[in-house]
Each structure stands twice: as structure tokens, then as C-alpha cells.
Design a protein around this ligand. Structure first.
Ligand code: GRF
Length: 223
């Protein structure tokens, strides 16, 4: 296996995506390891998952910084101490500024529980239900300035059923979040991602399964 790249993960809450990355790393499914977890919430549940896995955790209190940029500069300082190669936003509930994006351009990813550019922002799953879409899903993208903005790396499509609630849809989507985030990290670790304007080219074997990519929902199974 090639050398592991160092990941810094930013969280605000539950940390199930963080956990999926830790699990993938421990299982040897990704050539990457989480070296530091940073939170803007002191009691974020994900900090506990990091600690039980002997990963360093840092709480950076937003109240101690007047401007978003100052906060982000502190985050960058910590990430650099740990020689982080790739930053993962995983349920980090703050808008990040150029102070964080610029030093890590094309090296910060975010995961969002919808098929961007549909339903950015909070409660994406509820937005999808209320709009009445037949498919939603999840997206991993490189982070640019703006809410849930930036070149898309990978998406998973998840069907919505008539009796779905925001909760049931969230649960179905989350399962795929936990699959595609580690995949995106591995693409990065293998040097397979190339950002070309808005598009991210993914090179190499196994990157594409276009033949299986057609999805119909609802599906009428008769001629
Ligand atoms: C996930 O649904 C993620 O897509 C969104 O925030 C949620 C975080 O969940 N950005 P968790 O903390 O990873 O469990």
C-alpha cells in the first residue's frame, strides 16, 4: 500500500461521516488517515469518536474570534501543524472563507445530502421532500467560496418514495454518504482527481460505470 495521506476533519455534530472515514482508514480501504479533528462545538459527538480512536481533537471556539476570516486562519494554523494534505468538512456548520479555502485550494472537500446544485444549505433532505423530487442523493465536492459551492467529485442518486419523511430520506441518503466520501478520499489519495474549471476529471480504471448509471423512479415494471 502507498503512503497514507494526512486528513484533517472539521465537524460540528454527530460525526457519522467522520466515523466512516476512520473506519475506511482502519480497514485499509483508503490510503489516508485522520490526524486531527477540529470542531466549532465543544460537545460535538464526533469528538468522542475521534478520541476513542486516539485521534487528536481541537475545539476552536467561534466566540473568541470577531471575524470569520480570523477563525479560519486559526483553523489553517492547526491544520498546518499536523501537515494535513486534505481537509474534509463533515457536518461542519460554518460558512468557510477564502482564509481557509485559499491555502487548501482543491484540497478541501465537503459532503452535502442532496444532488447539488439542487437544495444547497440546511435541511436539504426536507427541501427535497417538499419540492417533490423523485430522486435526491448526496454529493462530494471541492469547496469554493459560497454555500455548498465548488466542482463536483462524486454523487450518489437515492430514490424518494411517496411516504418518505425528511427523517427516512436522510437515513437512506446517509448510507450512501458513508460510501462516497471514502471513495472521493481514495480518488484524491491515488492522485486521480483533476479539476478543470467546474469539472472534476477522475482518471483510471474503475472510475466510471456509465453503463449502470441510468435510474428511473418510480419504475413501471411491465411493457
Ligand atoms: C451529513 O448529512 C452531511 O451530508 C451534512 O451534515 C450531515 C453531517 O452528519 N453536511 P454527520 O455529522 O457526518 O453524522
Amino acid at each position: 500500500m502507498s503512503k497514507k495521506i494526512k486528513l484533517g476533519v472539521l465537524i460540528s455534530g454527530r460525526g457519522s461521516n467522520l466515523q466512516s472515514i476512520i473506519d475506511a482508514s482502519k480497514a485499509g480501504n483508503i490510503d489516508a488517515e485522520v490526524v486531527v479533528v477540529i470542531s466549532d462545538k465543544k460537545d460535538a459527538q464526533g469528538l468522542e469518536s475521534a478520541r476513542v480512536n486516539n485521534i487528536d481533537t481541537i475545539f476552536i471556539n467561534p466566540k473568541e474570534y470577531k471575524k470569520r476570516e480570523e477563525y479560519d486562519r486559526k483553523v489553517v494554523e492547526e491544520l498546518k501543524k499536523y501537515k494535513v494534505a486534505l481537509v474534509l468538512l463533515a457536518g461542519f456548520m460554518r460558512i468557510v472563507t477564502s482564509a481557509l479555502i485559499e491555502p487548501f485550494r482543491d484540497r478541501i472537500m465537503n459532503i452535502h445530502p442532496a444532488l447539488l446544485p439542487s437544495f444547497p444549505g440546511i435541511n436539504a433532505q426536507r427541501q427535497a421532500i417538499e419540492y417533490g423530487v423523485k430522486f435526491s442523493g448526496c454529493t462530494v465536492h471541492f469547496v469554493e467560496e459560497g454555500m455548498d459551492e465548488g466542482p463536483i467529485i462524486i454523487q450518489a442518486v437515492v430514490p424518494v418514495s411517496d411516504n418518505d419523511t425528511a427523517e427516512s430520506l436522510s437515513k437512506r441518503i446517509l448510507k450512501y454518504e458513508h460510501k462516497i466520501y471514502p471513495m472521493a478520499v481514495q480518488f484524491f489519495a491515488e492522485g486521480r482527481l483533476k479539476v478543470e474549471g467546474r469539472r472534476v476529471a477522475v482518471s483510471g480504471d474503475g472510475a466510471y460505470h456509465l453503463g449502470e448509471g441510468i435510474l428511473i423512479n418510480p419504475y413501471l415494471n411491465r411493457r
